[in-house]
Write a protein that binds this ligand. Structure first.
Ligand SMILES: Nc1nc2c(c(=O)[nH]1)N[C@H]1C(S)=C(S)[C@@H](COP(=O)(O)OP(=O)(O)OC[C@H]3O[C@@H](n4cnc5c(=O)[nH]c(N)nc54)[C@H](O)[C@@H]3O)O[C@H]1N2
Ligand SMILES: Nc1nc2c(c(=O)[nH]1)N[C@H]1C(S)=C(S)[C@@H](COP(=O)(O)OP(=O)(O)OC[C@H]3O[C@@H](n4cnc5c(=O)[nH]c(N)nc54)[C@H](O)[C@@H]3O)O[C@H]1N2
Ligand SMILES: [Mo]
Length: 788
């Protein structure tokens, strides 16, 4: 290490671009000069890269080495043996060969869902999919944990193209800032969520748009169980709504609009189908229950008079109806999305600047943030000839019940029989529901392979763990959706210990399996970066844009992307000319009733938006009335589980645990004081968390954000650290979408009365030295099998 300070070089993350230099064992981090509003999450980088939780060498689970591939309940509870790279890659290639030849490619699950790191080339999931496609394909996953219900139901409502626009944030923030008078935000507009953009963000601009809107006089009605889902910089009002009360509220608002003659009948006639069916449901023609404010009040916790007044204000204003993604990450999550569109249709402002419907504006930084009229550089993934797939959040079901049938969007399909699970760039022991059940599921396959920089819960449940570099240990191209710049992401420090890039690892295995040339196309990493850039440059110059050469771009460090589009209005063309710009729904219009969905015959997703009573309720936990709604939302202090050991995330912990926020009255009733370690539990599991008391939380609700590293090391609780996914139910949103429903569950919270176990999530697993393993009986039998 030099004596002077090393110069800062630019790199990027999903939470924003930054500059960094080595400083001792850690990093000095500064915001990127182009970012006007950098996120505090950059603080997690300083000490995380060289943290002891890094995977240092290729590591193989002892039981797998000794007994060979096969189902094993010890996964997650076994020792590891560190091997040389060559030995590890030989074993992996042999096992891939065995599984393919004995069971076919469909027996490999390459779902590998997850966010990994920013960067277009080292995008871990693309690397894995390209690699597996070179081998003949894999069972894949479809959709995301983010908006799994929306992407399936939206095409039935506004067509596939309309759905893509809704998800990308069809109406721009700039338009909302200039035109919206009343923004009715179901799920609020959580500022910390907008720090994220998949792939990275050079400039955080949501805050500036909010300031502009506020100074012009836009008001926000924030319907959320948490007061601070309404950003302090915005004038507005908090409507403390019971979790999952939204559909009841929306139906009641619709009922008032219709009953008080405020619904835009002309809009319904011209642009929608199925309004009569939906209105009949509102009136209660079939079930005898009008969906009026008096009906909704006990379901949502808001007064009937407030709902009436809100409906009238909405009809009198340029109103933007916003439904956050969180609402659909829940049982029957299709309904709030469909109901929100129905409400916007009754208001008749869809397609007008600042009016209509929006989804995810407080969920992600790129939503409403403009778009680019061309593709961004990306690694080609090749073609996957294997047909079998699952909706992404059905992973445990698939592993536990091969051959069983599942419903999905009108289809009935069998779960494939998986022998090998391959994960690069995600952490299912962070993201999936009911982690105890996931542990049983991960015991089933013959082999689990994980590429990870860190000893995460998922790495600990694998057989073959390969150490990979993080973003600061390599060069890449950085850009997110709708971003302002393409960034040269430059290596800040050499790889920690023996970590290698995912690309390098796949290249090594591909070579062993005879598809090295196919995978690498003969290119080194620097050659790939230049190649991807030049391909992209070709696309742009073909359309008349002027773009510098790769060398010039790399030297300059950043390239402002040409022709960025702001000022879009969702479905403006459709509004202007619905015949010419028909939606690609069966009717060509917005479907308030869908015959297609109705014909599927799913009781959990009928043909129009409907109130469906949640399976779980706090009262059902027992007659003592101590059950609470749990909100498992996104953490303020990090992205999911990433860099949970970093300084900023650690600064948020209470008694070393994930903070659980609750109302002081609820705490008092349970004998809980601020700072106490508490036990949060239900029939699926239990975890420890650190109590934070706040009047920003609706009574009857607790908030335990996701992302604390799973820590099953204590016999007293399922997780000693505070991962809410030991509590959430592993249940699809409905038969339609089978999306993730992890946002909500119900729990009890009580003081921890037994001695509090330590958090061991960030420690290395137990290792057995390789010589000891080699001395064990018939050790290397596996290595030879199916040798290549
Ligand atoms: N209860 C509940 N659960 C939820 C949610 C919720 O609201 N409630 N939200 C869900 C949502 S929306 C999402 S998107 C998921 C997120 O779930 P994930 O995307 O799985 O979570 P991350 O923690 O981002 O996991 C990324 C992993 O990739 C690793 N990684 C980083 N860079 C690289 C790399 O270059 N190569 C490789 N091989 N690995 C790398 C990181 O160390 C990390 O372990 O969680 C879901 N789970
Ligand atoms: N800082 C940070 N930002 C992130 C992420 C992260 O991990 N950290 N993850 C990113 C990812 S991958 C995604 S998909 C998005 C997710 O974006 P969202 O799903 O929108 O985010 P959440 O934080 O889960 O939920 C937003 C708010 O919804 C409210 N809410 C919960 N349940 C209900 C309900 O039933 N009714 C109403 N009205 N409100 C409710 C909660 O109070 C919560 O704060 O966030 C992204 N942004
Ligand atoms: Mo997500």
């Amino acid at each position: 290490m030099g004596t002077g300070r090393e110069p800062l070089v630019a790199n990027s993350s999903h939470w924003g671009a930054f500059t960094a230099a080595r400083e001792g064992d850690g990093l000095r981090i500064e915001p990127h000069p182009l970012d006007p509003d950098p996120s505090p999450l950059l603080g997690n980088f300083t000490d995380a890269v060289s943290h002891p939780a890094r995977v240092r060498r290729p590591s193989i689970r002892r039981g797998w080495l000794e007994r060979g591939p096969g189902a094993d309940r010890r996964r997650g509870d076994d020792q590891f043996v560190e091997l040389d790279w060559d030995d590890a890659l030989d074993l992996l290639a042999g096992e891939l060969h065995r599984v393919r030849s004995d069971y076919g490619n469909a027996a490999i699950y390459g779902g590998s869902y997850g966010w990994a790191s920013a960067g277009r080339f080292h995008h871990a999931q693309s690397q894995l999919h390209r690699f597996l496609n070179c081998l003949g394909g894999f069972t894949r996953s479809v959709n995301t944990y983010s908006h799994g219900a929306s992407v399936v139901v939206l095409p039935h409502i506004v067509g596939a193209a309309g759905a893509r626009q809704v998800i990308a944030g069809g109406t721009s923030w700039s338009v909302i800032a200039r035109h919206t008078e009343l923004l009715v935000a179901f799920g609020g507009l959580r500022t910390s969520n907008t720090w994220m953009t998949p792939g990275g963000r050079t400039q955080h601009t949501v805050g500036a748009h909010l300031d502009e809107a506020a100074s012009r006089g836009m008001r926000v009605a924030s319907l959320s169980p948490l007061r601070d889902d309404l950003p302090a910089r915005l004038p507005g009002r908090w409507y403390p709504i019971t979790p999952r009360g939204d559909v009841a509220v929306i139906l009641a608002l619709c009922w008032v609009l219709v009953t008080d003659g405020l619904a835009d009948r002309a809009f319904l006639d011209r642009y929608t189908v199925g309004a009569e069916r939906f209105l009949a449901y509102l009136r209660g023609d079939l079930d005898g229950q009008p969906k009026d404010p008096d009906w909704a009040a006990p379901l949502c916790g808001l007064a009937a008079t407030e709902l009436r007044a809100l409906a009238h204000r909405m009809a009198a204003s340029r109103t933007f109806v916003h439904v956050s993604w969180s609402l659909q990450r829940s049982e029957y999550g299709e309904q709030p999305v469909w109901a929100g569109i129905a409400l916007a249709a009754l208001l008749g402002q869809i397609g007008l600047p600042g009016g209509g419907f929006g989804h995810g504006y407080g969920s992600m930084g790129d939503v409403g943030g403009g778009s680019l009229p061309y593709e961004l550089p990306s690694l080609p993934r090749g073609r996957n000839p294997v047909q079998s797939f699952i909706p992404v959040a059905r992973v445990s079901d698939m592993l536990l019940a091969p051959g069983a049938a599942f419903d999905y969007n009108g289809q009935r399909r069998p779960y494939p029989e998986i022998r090998l699970v391959y994960w690069a760039g995600g952490n299912p022991f962070h993201h999936h529901q009911d982690l105890r059940r996931l542990r049983h599921a991960f015991a089933r396959p013959d082999t689990v392979v994980v590429h990870e920089p860190y000893w995460t819960g998922t790495a600990r449940h694998a057989d073959i763990v390969l150490p990979v570099t993080t973003t600061v240990e390599r060069d890449d191209l950085g850009v997110g959706r709708g971003d302002s710049h393409l960034l040269a992401m430059k290596q800040v420090r050499p790889p920690v210990a023996e970590a290698r890039d995912d690309y390098q690892i796949f290249a090594g295995v591909a070579r062993r399996l005879g598809v090295g040339e196919e995978f690498t196309e003969g290119r080194t990493t620097p050659e790939w970066l230049a190649h991807l850039y030049h391909q992209w440059l070709g696309q742009l110059t073909g359309r008349g844009y002027r773009v510098p050469s790769f060398a010039e771009f790399w030297a300059a460090g950043a390239l402002e992307l040409p022709d960025r589009r702001g000022d879009q209005v969702l479905l403006a063309e459709f509004r202007a000319d619905p015949d010419r710009y028909r939606l690609d729904t069966p009717s060509g219009r917005i479907e308030l009733f869908s015959q297609t969905v109705a014909d599927f015959g799913y009781p959990d997703c009928p043909g129009h938006p409907a109130w469906l009573r949640p399976t779980e309720s706090p009262g059902a936990l027992g007659a003592d009335q101590l059950g609470l709604h749990l909100i498992a939302n996104q953490p303020v202090s990090r992205l999911h589980s990433q860099l949970d050991m970093g300084a900023y995330s650690q600064g948020s912990k209470v008694a070393g645990r994930e903070p659980v926020r609750m109302h002081p009255d609820d705490a008092r009733q349970r004998g809980i004081a601020a700072g106490d370690v508490v036990r949060v539990w239900n029939e699926r599991g239990s975890c420890l968390a650190g109590a934070v008391l706040s009047e920003d939380v609706l009574p009857g609700v607790v908030q335990l954000s996701t992302g604390a590293w799973f820590d099953p090391s204590s016999d007293l609780v399922t997780c000693a650290h505070g991962n809410p996914n030991v509590l959430t139910a592993d249940r699809g949103t409905s038969r339609l979408a089978q999306g993730c429903a992890g946002q909500h569950t119900v729990v009890k919270v009580e003081p921890m009365t037994q001695p509090v176990p330590p958090v061991r999530a960030f420690e290395q697993p137990a290792f057995v030295p390789a010589p000891e393993w080699r001395a064990a009986p018939s050790p290397a039998a596996v290595a030879g099998e199916g040798g290549v």
